[in-house]
Design a protein around this ligand. Structure first.
Ligand code: GTP
Ligand code: MG
Length: 157
C-alpha cells in the first residue's frame, strides 16, 4: 500500500498546530501508521533535503528543520502521496489555496509548517530514515559480537 512521509516542521510544533494538522489527514480518511516526536540531527536533515543541496537557501533550511522537535508520521492509503500534497498546498504559503494547510496556517516559504513526500518512492525512502538509529545499533551489536567471537577463537588456538 502507498505511504507518505508527513513531517510537522518545528514551527508547526511550536505554534501548537500538531492536532490541527493530524486532524486534516484523519478527516480525509488516510490511516496513521506511525508517529514520533523527534529532534532531527543536522546530517539527517541534509540527507532528507539532499536534492536541494545547491540552493542558496539550503543552510537556512537545515537550520530551520533542526531548530526544534518535529513530528514524523507515516500515513497510508491509495494515492496518499499526491493527495497529501494537495491537502498541504503550494510551497509558498502566500500562493497556497485557502483550505490547504499552508494556505490557512502559514505566510512564509521558510516557515511552511509541514512536509509531504513528492513521490511514492520518496515516501518509502523518507519513512526508511526513521529506521537508521536502530540500524546503527544493530551494526554496533554485530561488530562487537564479531570482536568477541574472534577473541574467543584466538584463545582456543
Ligand atoms: P517539502 O514538503 O518541505 O519538501 O516542501 P515542497 O516539496 O513544497 O518544496 P521543496 O521540496 O521545493 O522545498 C523544500 C523546503 O525548502 C520548502 O518546504 C521550504 O521550507 C524550503 N524552501 C523552498 N524554497 C525556498 C526558498 O526560496 N526560500 C526559503 N527560505 N526556503 C525555501
Ligand atoms: Mg519537497
Amino acid at each position: 500500500v502507498e505511504q507518505s512521509y508527513i513531517m510537522i516542521k518545528p514551527d508547526g510544533v511550536q505554534r501548537g498546530l500538531v492536532g490541527e494538522i493530524i486532524s486534516r489527514f484523519e478527516k480525509k480518511g488516510f490511516i496513521l501508521k506511525g508517529l514520533k516526536l523527534f529532534q532531527c540531527p543536522k546530517d539527517l536533515a541534509q540527507e532528507h533535503y539532499k536534492d536541494l543541496k545547491e540552493k542558496p537557501f539550503f543552510p537556512k533550511l537545515i537550520d530551520y528543520i533542526t531548530s526544534g522537535p518535529v513530528v514524523c508520521m507515516a500515513w497510508e492509503g491509495d494515492g496518499v502521496v499526491a493527495s497529501a500534497r494537495k491537502l498541504i498546498g503550494a510551497t509558498n504559503p502566500l500562493q497556497a489555496e485557502p483550505g490547504t494547510i499552508r494556505g490557512d496556517l502559514a505566510v512564509q516559504t521558510g516557515r511552511n509548517v509541514v512536509h509531504g513526500s513528492d513521490s511514492p518512492d520518496n515516501g518509502k525512502r523518507e519513512i526508511g530514515y526513521q529506521c537508521l538509529p536502530q540500524l546503527r545499533v544493530l551494526v554496533l551489536l554485530l561488530a562487537s559480537f564479531q570482536v568477541a567471537a574472534a577473541s574467543w577463537m584466538m584463545r582456543r588456538l
